[in-house]
Ligand binder design. Structure first.
Ligand code: SF4
Length: 377
């Protein structure tokens, strides 16, 4: 993969003649309306995807880059043609740009960084003895489980470390070798010393050293997931019991440590509950005026566009849309804290959009029946 991109970088830069031809093409054909565009190299690679409220102005700006090291100039030197499509609005352009970036992964696009600085997620790794890691957004790994979004990567990392300690979950390197107690040793004798001290101080079940069976580790993991889903207080009850027992044994120092941990977990639970609520609030019907009257209705649920239609102009179209609204919003709301990987980028994008333009919320209807439908009925 690395070798391939090196080869692509060695491609000769686009000639001045070709650049002039591309510029003329934009001048002659592009108009100022919302759209998405693609910069395509001589061998057909989509090297960049962009969007704009005014496609023509935006595309012509690339040709005005003053210095060759500017990003726009570098993209053009790698592209041999520009293609674009119009969409009804800036919002539609944002959505389409995101979809194209996810599909083609152009190398000049700094992938999906919107709002990623504000949020983080908890990702559950795959493989034997999965563990939680704090990440800024979804990678290309569609099968991992993600929880969130959360605000404040640092405090989430600390809270997760404590959740790991309480439940004995591992937090070591991905490639740490696991050896469960019920795992038969076939040809290789694994060293029976843990990769870290956490097993010795009872903060990890020690799946690396035969300290637990795969089932025992899974049970603790299920408990952690249920906690993050907001449906189980198991970890806190466990700590509370330990704290009470320590108090009864007059081990006040230990009881105080457990009390502090309990507080952190309570904070994590409260934080998680707050942010889960934030995701739920991104559920509404959003009516967006479009270029030349191409108005659209977006059915957004849990931070994702579930369906999109033209704004109805006739009673029959209105009835059809109401049926669709029913389909999208009626099924029981799934309330766990898990976010499907493929929805994370869109959730971040929508969250960013409504944070930047809070007045757009006036065009939304939480009731599921947009006011604009009245005109058609
Ligand atoms: S005890 Fe083993 S499994 Fe647990 S964190 Fe340390 S190295 Fe990882």
């Amino acid at each position: 993969m690395r070798a391939l991109s090196k080869l692509k970088l060695l491609r000769p830069p686009t000639s001045d003649e070709q650049l002039a031809a591309m510029r003329k093409h934009v001048r002659d054909h592009a108009t100022d309306r919302p759209g998405v565009y693609r910069m395509i190299s001589a061998d057909g690679e989509i090297v960049y995807v962009g969007k704009s409220k005014r496609v023509r102005t935006r595309l012509l700006s690339y040709f005005r880059a003053a210095f060759p090291e500017e990003k726009g100039a570098r993209i053009l030197r790698d592209a041999e043609c520009i293609e674009w499509e119009y969409v009804p609005s800036e919002f539609a352009a944002l959505l389409e740009e995101l979809r194209l970036i996810k599909r083609f992964r152009p190398r000049f696009n700094v992938a999906m960084k919107r709002d990623a600085r504000n949020y983080c997620f908890l990702k559950l790794t795959k493989g034997p003895a999965p563990k939680f890691v704090v990440v800024r957004g979804a990678g290309h790994d569609d099968s991992s489980a993600y929880y969130g979004p959360f605000l404040g990567a640092l405090s989430v990392s600390e809270a997760v470390r404590e959740l790991n300690d309480v439940l004995g979950l591992r937090d070591c390197a991905n490639d740490q070798r696991m050896h469960f107690a019920d795992q038969p040793e076939l040809f290789e004798i694994f060293p029976r010393t843990p990769g870290c001290i956490r097993f010795e101080v009872k903060k990890c079940l020690g799946p690396c050293v035969g300290g637990c069976t795969a089932e025992q580790y899974d049970e603790r993991l299920t408990m952690a997931r249920a906690f993050l889903d907001g449906i189980d207080d198991g970890p806190m009850e466990r700590l509370r019991r330990e704290m009470e027992q320590a108090s009864e044994r007059l081990e006040f120092e230990r009881a105080a440590v457990l009390r502090d941990k309990l507080k952190r977990l309570e904070a994590l639970r409260a934080q998680f509950a707050r942010l889960r609520f934030a995701v739920e609030t991104l559920s509404f019907v959003y009516t967006v005026p479009g270029f030349d009257g191409d108005d659209r209705v977006y059915l957004i649920r849990r931070g994702c566009v579930r369906a999109e239609r033209s704004l109805p102009r006739t009673p029959a179209e209105a009835v059809h849309l109401l049926g669709l609204i029913d389909d999208v919003y009626t099924p029981a709301q799934h309330t766990n804290g898990q976010i499907p990987t493929h929805e994370i980028d869109e959730l971040l994008l929508l969250s960013s959009w409504f944070r930047r333009f809070p007045e757009e919320l006036d065009r939304t209807s939480a009731s599921g029946t947009p006011a604009a439908l009245d005109a058609a009925s």
